[in-house]
Design a protein around this ligand. Sequence first.
Ligand code: FMN
Length: 158
Amino acid sequence: MKGIVIYDTTHGNTRKVAETIAETLRESGVNADLFYVKKVKKLSAKDYDFVVVGSPTRFGTMSFAVKGFLGKVKSKEWTNKPFAAFDTENPENIERARAENKNWSAAEKIAEKLKGRQMSQLLPVHKAVVLGWKGPLQEGEIERAKEYAAEMAAKLKK
Ligand SMILES: Cc1cc2nc3c(=O)[nH]c(=O)nc-3n(C[C@H](O)[C@H](O)[C@H](O)COP(=O)(O)O)c2cc1C
């Protein structure tokens, strides 16, 4: 079992969450590579059993780089493979989206795209709270990311 965790970041917050997820997967006995989205040249389903994609939320959706990357996950070979999606967001965005029942988050948009490619969503999306545009992550977010990844590992090992 081997997966790939792919993230975009400008200020480093989404990277911290991605690193935590990859480390926790490994500590839980699940092999995982970690890649900055712009460093992924070619992605083959032959090399990976699952994909985790994370992005900062920008204007209610994923970054351009993540959108471009998802364009590469087209082929039928990814059908039914598990995925998980996470993002970083401001607390006001989470509150407003909840109040208005809207999917204004990168993770939700990533999940929609990958489900559209017939991939199988392992867990509900994970939203890490970032304070302001540059961060930092809200207190407790690294711990929450660890819990998310531990749950992911448990599901993958079933
Ligand atoms: C151009 C731009 C648009 C943004 N739009 C949103 C948004 O719609 N909702 C939100 O919660 N945060 C928004 N943010 C804040 C980002 O989510 C925040 O900068 C990001 O999570 C930080 O992650 P990073 O440190 O990995 O770059 C925006 C930030 C930028 C720079």
